[in-house]
Design a protein around this ligand. Structure first.
Ligand code: C2G
Length: 129
């Protein structure tokens, strides 16, 4: 059983998120997502549109996602990876290199982002409607 752990906000759920989750699941058997809490997003400098409980329900409805836990800090990853018995930490390549320090406990993989779609771009489009 190969377990993959990833993290993110997944606000305004879109095709870039779906494609990433699909590719993450193809890396193993069990995909667990550390979902950024509303409070942690404030720390990340993100103004989320969709509240955590709804973002969690949306992710759990995705066929590729097996479980979701709350991400409240930058520092919790090692603890999470041990608790989930993760084999792989994987995330989009906008984070390339940022989590290489985890290589001593898991395989770290950065996957190419989907071009021309982002929550920020969606917010801009929505603001003109
Ligand atoms: N993503 C993607 N393609 C896009 C947009 C996002 O592949 N067009 C990926 C990102 O690379 C990330 C995941 O979807 O792996 C979630 O993106 P965000 O919600 O923006 O996550 P982020 O704010 O980067 O949170 O501790 C790590 C952070 O919590 C990551």
């Amino acid at each position: 059983m190969t377990t993959i752990v990833t993290y993110g906000t997944f606000d305004l759920y879109h095709i870039g998120h779906v494609r990433l989750l699909k590719r993450l699941k193809q890396l193993g058997d069990r995909l667990v997502v550390g979902l950024s809490s509303d409070g942690f997003n404030a720390i990340k400098g993100k103004n989320v549109v969709i509240p955590y409980k709804d973002r969690r329900e949306i992710l759990l409805s995705c066929r590729y996602v097996d479980d979701v836990f709350e991400e409240n800090s930058w520092e919790q990853k090692r603890h999470d990876l041990a608790r989930e018995r993760a084999d792989i930490f994987a995330i989009g390549d906008d984070w390339a290199g940022k989590f290489d320090d985890l290589e001593d406990i898991v395989k770290v993989i950065y996957l190419p982002r989907t071009k021309d779609i982002s929550t920020t771009e969606l917010k801009t489009v929505l603001s003109y409607l």
